[in-house]
Design a protein around this ligand. Sequence first.
Ligand SMILES: NC(=O)c1ccc[n+]([C@@H]2O[C@H](COP(=O)([O-])OP(=O)(O)OC[C@H]3O[C@@H](n4cnc5c(N)ncnc54)[C@H](O)[C@@H]3O)[C@@H](O)[C@H]2O)c1
Length: 253
Amino acid sequence: MHPKERVAILTGGAAGIGKACAVRFAQEGFRLVLGDVSGQDGEQTLATLHEIGADAVFEQGSIADEAFCSRLAELALERWGRIDALVANAAHRDFTRLVDAGSAEWDPMLAVNLKGTAFSCKAVVPTMARQGSGSIVLLSSVHWQVGRKEMPIYDVTKAGIVSMAKSLAVDHAPDGIRVNAVCPGLTITDYHVRKAIREGRSVEELKRTQIGLLGRPAAPAEIAAAVWFLASDEASFITGQALMVDGGLSVGH
Ligand SMILES: NC(=O)c1ccc[n+]([C@@H]2O[C@H](COP(=O)([O-])OP(=O)(O)OC[C@H]3O[C@@H](n4cnc5c(N)ncnc54)[C@H](O)[C@@H]3O)[C@@H](O)[C@H]2O)c1
């Protein structure tokens, strides 16, 4: 099938890596449903997509709400009658130490990163199975595997997402559905820029962060390139994998 007839759903598609994915998929000719909790960012990203000639719609809501995930799938079906790719990218962050985290920290973390990611997949699998084809890309993190101090309960969910990719790949290979995870290293998004400024660091300093074998953080478009590859037919023999897109961080320093 020609890419221009294909349809993708992107969660957390309004900013950061999700926005870079939306732009890349649009450039490749996909029609897009974006879902994001931020209405303002969502409308801005939608305007950017329309400027580059993309056929795209935006729906505001949280993936923690199963009905919202179903709505994204319904929108794609009502408008274009198919779903070829899901990029399950939306995530919640938390910096609490594991021994300090209580239900107030764990509940939204599990609700968004694990249950919300699972609901996003649940909403598209029946359509993909009916089509006999589809590709799901879940956003994990290099820190599902490489331990660190900053975000332990978030990192637990990112390990769960790799497990989810493998389970879904096993269950739905007979339906013609491939499922993979992309595991980014530090990627500078607007969120990180705002955080650095709050902490009194400059953007240039942030971009010079020495990390991984390549000695620098990623740009969102570099992660989007890997997501695009796994979603596309170029990756037709790849399923159940966790692709490290981390500048070599998981290999050495
Ligand atoms: N940026 C990095 O350094 C990095 C590294 C490893 C993994 N990741 C992963 O990549 C993905 C994207 O990260 P990012 O840095 O671009 O984040 P970001 O904060 O820049 O963007 C995330 C987007 O998701 C939306 N979102 C948050 N919670 C949501 C919810 N419950 N429902 C719907 N939308 C929601 C936000 O509004 C935002 O638009 C995440 O899964 C993240 O865990 C990022």
